[in-house]
Design a protein around this ligand. Sequence first.
Ligand code: C2E
Ligand code: CA
Ligand code: CA
Length: 714
Amino acid sequence: MLLYVFLGLVFIGTIYFSIVNYTSTKKFVLQSVERNTEVLLHNFIADVDRFSLERTSDIELLAEHIPYVMEKDEDVTLFLLKQTEAMPNFVALSFITPDGMIQSADGNHFKVQQQGYFEKALKGDVVFSDVFRLNQDTSQNVTSIFVPVVNHDGETVGVLSGVVNLSDIVSELVEKSKLPGTVFLLKDDDVFFTSNEDVSFEETIPHSDQLLEHINGQKVGNWNDFEDELRFIKYETTWNDWVVVVDSISNQATDEIRWAFWQSTVLVVSGIVIIVIIYLYLIRLQRREELQAEEDLLTGLGNRARLESNIAKKISQNSEAIVTFYLIKIDRFSEVTELLGYDVSEQLLFDVSNRLNHVQKKINAYRVGDREFVITADYDSLERQKKFAAELVEQMAQPIHVGQGKFVELTVSIGVRTADIKEDMNVIMQDALFASREATTQGGNQYVYFTDQLAQDSEYQRKLTNNLADALSNEEFYLVYQPIYSCAENRIVSFEALMRWKSPVLGEIGPGQFIPLLEESDKIIDAGRWLIREVAKQVVRWKRDGYKDFVVALNVSPKQLRYESFLADVKQILAETGVNPSNLVFEVTESIVVQDTDVAYEILKSLNELGIETAIDDFGTGYSSLSLLKTLPFQYMKLDRAFVMEVLSDGGKSEAILKGLIEIANSLNLTTITEGVETSEQLEILQKLGAHRIQGFYFSKPVVPEKAVTFLKD
Ligand code: C2E
Ligand code: CA
Ligand code: CA
């Protein structure tokens, strides 16, 4: 934003600077042209004046001599001839007697032409005549200077006339000054000289007749204000009524202004070009950022945002389209990560995304979750969709090389959902995810169609989620307790507290359904805190009622355990209820221990320090890491129901594992609790193997506290 403002300012600045540059250059050029015009005009006036004065005094000097030679006509002629030769500035010299007869230097006699001027001179004035054509050479425009000739007695005895060609002189001056423009020399409204023969006064000077009128009124002046134009017309009248007009159209100045104009234009254009380039660059940068924001950094696939924007694009193209979503979830990926580390699992994700991209040409693959991918495809026949889904499953199951000759086989669970493109994306994704979960439940490595049945299930799931929201505050949870039998003591020595939910809308719901939902929504933290408090209160009540020598185990979910105030909450409950911590056992599953070993260690140790014992739950189902058992502070090892289930039917395999696990527990000083014992045969084998404690339907299902406590009486 700031950058755009800056660019805008630079842009305005460039234009402003160019305009200023242009106008100031223009102003300067105009001023200097005007000044030059004035200087020229003055120089001209001065030169013309000087020339006229010099010639006048030349003639006056000669006039003083005439009385000495005027006795004889021949003498006058001779004198004039001599002087003409000596004074090249004069075209002709002649003496005019008072009767108007001209005695010229070449000896001719003729009548004076400019009678008026002559008579004025005869009265004693120095007079400059009009311009006229020279008798002897009609191509020359000339003027006469008439000076009175006065004898020794002071009588005017004639007039001496000198003919001068002013235009010769003026052109000399023009050449000398290298005038940029045109000079006109006028006398009595007649132009008799121009510095440029190709130009006529009437044609070039705008409204020339008005100018002439103007000149008659004023001695010095400007003609027309040509505002922005590079043109000044100025005039001035000499003492002897010559008018000099200078018209200053100068190419050089025009060039200068044009140059300034181009300079400014180039400046503005290059400014604009630079700004446009920067702007385009920024747009590109922004676009790239936008693209990156829609990109999964690890795999380079589009992310959820890209998926949504692509769908939006598609809707704008064809809102009737039908699209198939393939939600691909890698099976047991967190376990793979636990086992092989983050580096390898990242490489696996990269390889998987590569494969997805190449399953078919022109495919749109996205990574929408940690281990979830989505492929969207245009509508196709059901048969072809199934073929494609099967192909995906098969391709994904191919072993992936992870270096050093090692291969990993990943499988995927795919949920397929065909949807009207305008349907709510969230719903579509939830449904596809639901279908993929179904595929996982069925063992993974397969695809599941989002069918009507699943739609109903999914709908039910949504209902569960909605109703679960207020279950805790509405006191819809309650606890049941399952007794645990000690083989050594031959009695019930403990209980496992298990949560139940009775929804007024949906009825009795099993923990397998609602616990994962509580986990997803973080509500497990509040529910878990409630659970610990309920159990503590129950223990206190039982103790008050006189029951001794028992412990109650409760399940702590991974999220709950990691919650920042977990330990503080526990301490508070201990203090508040006054329960003896040694009556409590906290069960945690393997996954938390493997994922966050350090954190888990600290918390478990703190629990032990408080006097609370700890158990590792469902041991043997995940990627059990035996070395962790060594380091982590557990007192109990709960062996998963899965081993007991098959102990009689798998030809001794489960038995061997149970045997091994019990041995390990013994050597690590852990008490084993074997879960899921339902029959006396199972119990017998376990007792033979040396199992410490047994939990299962054989003794009792989880029951309400009033019932549970009866087990302690026996
Ligand atoms: P779990 O912690 O492994 O709990 C033992 C489960 O095995 C209980 O199921 C119990 O009813 C069942 N069970 C015990 N003996 C037998 C048997 O002989 N045969 C069979 N088929 N099942 C047996 P339940 O109560 O449905 O709980 C399921 C899981 O839900 C629990 O597994 C636990 O992970 C979770 N859960 C239950 N209550 C809570 C709770 O309060 N907090 C947390 N965080 N999780 C809980
Ligand atoms: Ca448990
Ligand atoms: Ca268990």
